[in-house]
Write a protein that binds this ligand. Structure first.
Ligand SMILES: Nc1ncnc2c1ncn2[C@@H]1O[C@H](COP(=O)(O)OP(=O)(O)OP(=O)(O)O)[C@@H](O)[C@H]1O
Ligand SMILES: [Mg+2]
Length: 268
């Protein structure tokens, strides 16, 4: 007996120290590694190749613009990241954890939130109810839920419309509500599918400032946009997808001066 207990006394501190060191090492690895890693995605529909070899990284606090012609595969990339489509090949990692081909609810719970090209708000519910639905599954107290919703309503300037039915909102505010619904759950990664389509210049400016606010808090943001005029204000870092492949990634100035991008997209 005495032998065993003295042995335990000798090994326990070492085991503890080792476990602590391993946990710190894993945390350091997570912090140093990209927030979102997309590797070698392939996807075909009915034998027609839609994505080939799509890879890119998104860091914490980074805003990345995604551009490319209609049908290039931009939404398909988002659908794979968010679990709506399965990839034929390739991997998606969130903080080094593979989330490839997991369910949309699993991926959302892990911290990836998205908006849709066509807003998916609940039109017969109020703005407030739309936000509450997103938090139903969370473990927030009623007080914290209310505080979180109030914060998001202020950020998206929808406070004065909180009791209005979504159906009566102008398109710009519907799009803002779509963003509000995506961020109310405090995502690590926010992916936005054409948030600026069909909205006025003032809403675009507000959305850009919301995206930068989130990025300043460490959220990684990936946004598809065809609005090249606002791209420099959104991000200086742009990924170009053409025919399901990454053509290039660079600053908006470099992209504008890239003859291949002009030929395939900007010059069209
Ligand atoms: N569920 C599906 N079934 C069959 N084909 C699909 C499906 N989803 C996407 N595609 C095809 O994949 C290609 C890429 O579509 P995707 O929606 O990803 O393009 P996009 O770059 O988002 O275009 P846009 O700028 O017009 O939104 C298109 O040819 C599209 O028809
Ligand atoms: Mg699309």
């Amino acid at each position: 007996m005495p032998k065993a207990s003295s042995a335990r006394r000798r090994t326990e501190p070492r085991t503890k120290a080792r476990l602590l060191w391993q946990a710190r090492y894993r945390k350091a690895l997570r912090v140093q590694s990209p927030l979102l890693k997309v590797r070698d995605l392939h996807k075909s529909f009915g034998g027609v190749k839609t994505l080939t070899n799509v890879s890119f990284d998104l860091d914490r606090g980074q805003v990345l613009g995604l551009i490319g012609p209609n049908g290039a595969g931009k939404t398909t990339v988002f659908n794979i990241i968010s679990g709506i489509y399965t990839a034929d090949r390739g991997e998606v990692f969130l903080e080094e954890h593979a989330i490839t081909n997991k369910s949309p609810s699993f991926i959302a719970r892990r911290g990836v939130s998205r908006t849709f090209q066509v807003a998916r708000t609940f039109n017969d519910m109020t703005v407030d109810e739309n936000l509450r639905v997103g938090l139903v599954r969370g473990r927030l107290t009623r007080q914290k839920t209310n505080a979180r919703i109030a914060e998001i309503l202020e950020l998206t300037r929808l406070g004065s419309r909180h009791a209005d039915t979504v159906a009566v909102l102008p398109d710009g505010q519907k799009k803002l509500l779509e963003v509000a619904r995506a961020i109310v759950i405090e995502p690590k990664v926010l992916i936005l599918d054409e948030p600026f389509a069909g909205v006025g210049a003032d809403v675009i400016d507000l959305m850009i400032s919301i995206i930068h606010d989130l990025a300043s808090r460490g959220v990684g943001c990936l946004a598809i946009s065809h609005d090249i005029a606002s791209m420099p204000r959104l991000s200086s870092d742009v990924l170009v997808l053409v025919d399901g492949q990454v053509m290039t990634r660079g600053t908006i100035d470099a992209i504008r001066n890239d003859a291949r991008v002009v030929d395939a997209y900007l010059g069209a």
